[in-house]
Ligand binder design. Structure first.
Ligand code: SF4
Length: 490
């Protein structure tokens, strides 16, 4: 396939969330595929490479699972006919961006595994740091892997444990005791929907309810989209089993006091209208903007955000500083898998294809531009330049996170240190490289305010990880890591 067509990325500097998961069990027997589709659509920002839905009928023959998955966006992959064929009242769905395992259809989720006790459907958000050793261990005992993703290691372990214990949830708990790293999981067994969150709570997972159906979703925005009410978050370390006879049964054997929610969920990954562990992502971004205004004030005429995550932070900066908030960028969000990426010989910059500047809004003004992060610096450089070309007299950049100095091993594709603009450079150096008048980052000590006092992970900023980094490369098969790609989808 033509490489331009294969790639649906066209931002040039950035990081990606790794996945979104969604599960639903309708106790009244109604089909769930349509609701899963809309749930995944709401979670599309968490992964745009591939997506899939697997469903089953809890009253039907055990082990009969219907699934459909493909490469691309949710609205590109599924047709109404596909959804119409997915008959079943229990199901799981997934949107994927690969941080471990190559971007191929084989690696698309949900994984469906047939084993002696029936069939298992599994969707995973996160990265296991001990996946290579677990994979080797399983291979030595005869396991043949169909994919290169760490999620299959979990699925295999659950299937193996299920043969030895009485219930599917017990098998999940036993399997999860072996894995280390980040995971928010939704698992469909023949008669139960199971959700699990790793003991540190790196990735979010919440429970919702609509009529007589229960839902598990990465973010609350997916519950809103399908008209479900929020019930509660799955706690870090908790496993929940959902069934008509027992409702929600909670297992907290793996819960611990120490948590490490990914702070970058609040800063950038999660949708602005979501709540994570009952902290509003919008509020969190407002706080980040307020902190920037307090710590790094500058005289200016206008505060603008780089869409989307920069907007709320810009509003916060404006509220704190009294400098008017405005819109400077218009974003074209219609990017699908078949988007043709401009090559270097073309005059269209990939940033300009996606963002345009409202010239009237910035002409003759001193502008404060708020963005969520700078990774390699190439995008920031272009956006600053676009503001100047549109007539801004000064451009002051404020970043609503601290500088990225270290990679992430828990499901975010922050590149290796050498590729990070902040590695071995001062803020003044970076300011010069991106062509801004002034530059300031959020102080690392402010991060606690963004999570409303909840414990969080800050490894990519501080180098202090809650779990020891892996000794083997867990990201090796992701081509972008190998070649240090400069891609970004926001
Ligand atoms: S290292 Fe950074 S991106 Fe990774 S989980 Fe921790 S806070 Fe999130």
């Amino acid at each position: 396939m033509n490489d331009n067509i294969r790639s649906h990325y066209y931002d040039e500097d950035g990081i990606h969330e790794e996945c979104g998961v969604f599960g639903m069990y309708d106790f009244d027997g109604n089909d769930v595929a349509n609701s899963i589709y809309y749930g995944l659509f709401a979670l599309q920002h968490r992964g745009q490479e591939s997506c899939g839905i697997a469903v089953s009928d809890t009253e039907g023959p055990k082990g009969k699972v219907l699934s459909s998955k493909g490469m691309g966006l949710v609205n590109e992959v599924f047709t109404p006919e596909d959804l119409g064929k997915l008959k079943g009242n229990i199901g799981v769905g997934h949107v994927r961006y690969s941080t471990a395992g190559a971007s191929t259809i084989e690696n698309a989720q949900p994984l469906v595994l047939n084993y002696v006790k029936g069939t298992l459907g599994l969707a995973h958000n996160g990265n296991l740091v001990n996946a290579p050793e677990l994979r080797r261990e399983l291979s030595l005992t005869g396991a043949i892997f169909q994919t290169t993703i760490d999620s299959e290691v979990i699925a295999y372990h659950i299937a193996r444990e299920r043969v030895k214990c009485g219930t599917a949830e017990e098998a999940v708990i036993r399997a999860l005791r072996k894995v280390k790293g980040s995971y928010s999981l939704v698992v469909m067994s023949p008669r139960k929907l199971i959700g699990a969150r790793d003991p540190f709570g790196f990735r979010p997972l919440c429970i919702g309810k609509r009529d007589n159906a229960y839902i598990l979703a990465s973010e609350t925005c997916a519950l809103d989209t399908i008209g479900a009410e929020f019930v509660r978050d799955v706690e870090p370390g908790e496993v929940v089993a959902i069934s008509p006879d027992k409702g929600i049964v909670s297992f907290k054997d793996m819960c611990q006091k120490e948590h490490a929610r990914c702070i970058f969920e609040y800063i950038y990954f999660a949708r602005t209208d979501s709540y994570i562990d009952q902290m509003s992502v919008y509020e969190s971004r407002i706080i980040a903007g307020r902190c920037l205004a307090k710590d790094s004030p500058v005289e200016a005429d206008l505060v603008v955000g780089v869409p989307e995550s920069g907007n709320a932070a810009a509003l916060g900066y404006s509220m704190e500083s009294g400098i008017p908030y405005g819109t400077a960028f218009v974003k074209n969000g219609y990017v699908g898998r078949t988007f043709i990426k401009p090559d270097q010989s073309q005059r269209e910059s990939s940033v300009k294809v996606k963002l345009n500047v409202l010239k009237n809004a910035v002409k003759g003004k001193r502008v404060i531009m708020i963005d969520d992060s700078i990774v390699r610096g190439t995008t920031s450089d272009r956006i600053v330049n676009m503001l100047r070309e549109a007539g801004a007299t000064e451009v002051h950049v404020r970043i609503s996170s601290p500088p990225f100095l270290y990679p992430c091993y828990f499901g975010t594709d922050i590149p290796d240190r050498e590729q990070l603009i902040a590695y071995n450079r001062s803020v003044d150096d970076i300011c010069r490289i991106i062509g801004a008048d002034t530059l300031a980052y959020l102080d690392i000590d402010r991060l606690g305010e963004l999570s409303g006092g909840r414990q969080f992970c800050h490894g990519c900023f501080s180098g202090k990880y809650p779990i020891a980094p892996p000794t083997e490369d867990i990201r090796g098969e992701h081509e972008d890591f190998k070649r240090g790609a400069d891609s970004k989808v926001k």
